[in-house]
Each structure stands twice: as structure tokens, then as C-alpha cells.
Design a protein around this ligand. Structure first.
Ligand SMILES: [Zn+2]
Length: 151
């Protein structure tokens, strides 16, 4: 399932990536450009913009709520998405690229010493080179998912 997330939903877009979903963020507010991109890349438009919903023949989900947790809930329910902890943290939250496992020794200069000492597994974005590990970030995500009742 591939999504195209419109610009008012930046936070949701990051969350979809954390959950392992292919979510492209579109900065343009031109409806024609959003529609063209969605059709060309076969993506489902995720938006709060009602006027986009008036176009026929588009795969689109109009989110009802302004709140992140409600938005996630609506998406997961409408598309029957299964939240799989194994699939989480596989994408760069900035670029949407799939992360690649890297040798611990090779990233030593780029992570804080404490992190290097306490973490064993690291992944990296092939595009922006950002390095990720399951640290405190993972804990925050888990807490939010628990609040929604998914974990
Ligand atoms: Zn990246």
C-alpha cells in the first residue's frame, strides 16, 4: 500500500514511515499536481482537503480528525492495516527510503559514544545517510501505540 500525504499532514506522514509504510509527502498545494502524482505513482491520497475528495476515480482517504491518533486510527481501520512491530523502523522518516543495516564499527564516528556502547544494531538511510537505532525514540512510539490500543 502506497500513500501520498498532502502537506498539512506532515506529522502523520512521519508516523506512517515509522510504521513501515511507503508514504510520500507532497509539498505542493496545487490539486492538479497532487492528483497527477497519485495517479502516476499509483498512490492513495491521504488528505484533509475535502475538495480533493470531489474528484472521481481517485484513490483517496479524507481524514476526519485534526488529531494524529484519530487520523492513524481511521487509516488503519479503513485499510485494515496490520501493525507489525517487525516492520517498524524500516524507513527513513525524512526521505521515505528503506533503511539498510550497517556494520556497527563503520558508524562509530557518527553516533554519540553512549549510543555506540549501548546499542548493537544500526541502520542507515541510503539517501540522507542518517543513522537510526532503537533508542528512546522507539519507546515513545511504543507508548503512543499503546495509547491507541495497538500494542
Ligand atoms: Zn533519509
Amino acid at each position: 500500500m502506497k500513500f501520498l500525504v498532502t502537506q498539512e499532514l506532515g506529522r502523520l506522514c512521519k508516523w506512517l514511515r515509522i510504521l513501515g509504510m511507503d508514504a510520500k509527502y507532497i509539498r505542493s498545494d496545487k490539486r492538479s499536481e497532487i492528483i497527477f502524482t497519485a495517479i502516476r505513482e499509483e498512490r492513495i491520497i491521504v488528505t484533509r482537503d475535502r475538495r480533493l475528495g470531489e474528484h472521481h476515480g481517485l484513490k483517496i482517504i479524507l481524514l476526519k480528525s485534526d488529531f494524529l491518533q484519530e487520523q492513524l486510527k481511521q487509516l488503519v481501520e479503513e485499510f485494515k492495516i496490520k501493525i507489525d512491530p517487525e516492520e517498524m523502523f524500516m524507513r527513513c522518516t525524512i526521505c521515505n527510503e528503506l533503511l539498510i543495516a550497517v556494520e556497527k564499527e563503520s558508524i562509530k564516528p557518527w553516533v554519540p559514544e553512549y549510543v555506540f556502547k549501548t546499542q548493537e544494531e544500526f541502520v542507515q538511510c541510503p539517501q540522507c545517510k542518517r543513522i537510526y537505532w532503537q533508542g528512546t525514540h522507539w519507546g515513545n512510539v511504543k507508548n503512543t501505540l499503546k495509547e491507541i490500543g495497538w500494542l
